[in-house]
Design a protein around this ligand. Structure first.
Ligand code: NAD
Length: 278
């Protein structure tokens, strides 16, 4: 995950605040600090409970506060990483602090740029971003769109920041819900597959740790194969499916049980839910 040296220089002093120090914020902080792209001492985070703050401060070495306003005051980039349902109360609390000296980045599913902008100052610089948790492993997939008062360099800066922990693509806002259903929620769908394949391996007599490693490595390796070969998944699948063999026998079972349809509908349902939250 190479980053342009001039951008790295710019980010080395940037102060990043997280309002809401939950799973997504922690994944992003770990990704940024593992890479050294943002210094832990330049990061602030707030949460509801002292227990979360103590854990985050001990594990990540960042600054914590129970006050969202204090976090905002310490930030050049302010990431709003609370659940969509609490976003409005956070926006009401912080609206007067979001002057154009700060860049506000919302990672909340479904919350639109218009919605964010209407509750902040009219000239607030806002970006809507949809990350995913593999950011923790430096292999995230993020997409973002840009609010009307953002500076031309804001989108590229956030893109470079999130590219340091995976991929990051600009997307027109009308496709954000689609990406939320696919890459935002997608890790959970793949984790279901890893867990189910592990259990099946145990059912067949494999020791559980080995079954889990084989299932996980199979998903990881297959993803890398698709990325690195640039070939279509169907072509790669056909190449390992011999007539009358084991793989086609397994595939016929997936076909009979609606595996492709189930995944397709899972992405659709998650995308629709994201649109509902907006
Ligand atoms: P979470 O429940 O783990 O974290 C939410 C955090 O917000 C908690 O630490 C909680 O203490 C804090 N909080 C609640 N009310 C607050 C308030 N008023 N002020 C400050 N902090 C408050 O949730 P999460 O999974 O981290 O999700 C956070 C956001 O990230 C959501 O909007 C979600 O749509 C988005 N997101 C999550 C994922 C994911 O995989 N988890 C992926 C993409 C986007």
């Amino acid at each position: 995950n190479q980053i342009d040296p001039s951008v790295a220089e710019k980010l080395s002093n940037v102060r990043v605040g997280f309002v809401g120090a939950g799973r997504m914020a922690q994944a992003i902080v770990k990704g940024f600090t593992n890479d050294g792209i943002v210094k832990a001492q330049n990061i602030w985070a707030s949460a509801r409970t002292k227990a979360t703050l103590n854990k985050v401060s001990a594990e990540l070495g960042i600054n914590v506060s129970q006050s969202n306003r204090e976090v905002a005051e310490h930030s050049d980039i302010l990431v709003l990483s609370v659940k969509p349902q609490v976003m409005d109360s956070v926006l009401a609390e912080l609206s007067d602090l979001t002057d154009p000296s700060k860049l506000v980045v919302s990672v909340a599913a479904g919350v639109t740029l218009d919605h964010l902008q209407s509750r902040l100052l009219p000239d607030s610089r806002v970006i809507r971003l949809m990350p995913n948790t593999p950011i923790l492993a430096n292999a995230g997939a993020s997409v973002y769109c840009v609010g009307k008062a953002a500076k031309p360099e804001d989108g590229p800066l956030i893109e470079a920041l999130f590219k340091s922990v995976g991929t990051c693509d600009y997307l027109p806002e009308n496709l954000m819900d689609a990406a939320t259903g696919l890459s935002g929620s997608g890790p959970a769908f793949i984790l279901e597959a890893i867990d189910a394949m592990t259990n099946a391996g145990v059912h067949q007599g494999l020791p559980r740790p080995l079954a889990m490693r084989l299932a996980t490595q199979t998903v990881y390796g297959t993803g890398r194969l698709v990325l690195e070969s640039g070939r279509h998944p169907a072509e790669l699948r056909d190449a390992i499916t011999s007539p009358g063999g084991t793989t086609i026998t397994g595939l016929s079972e997936l076909e009979a049980r609606g595996f492709r349809t189930a995944l397709w509908q899972a992405v659709n349902a998650a995308a629709n839910r994201s649109a509902e939250l907006g």
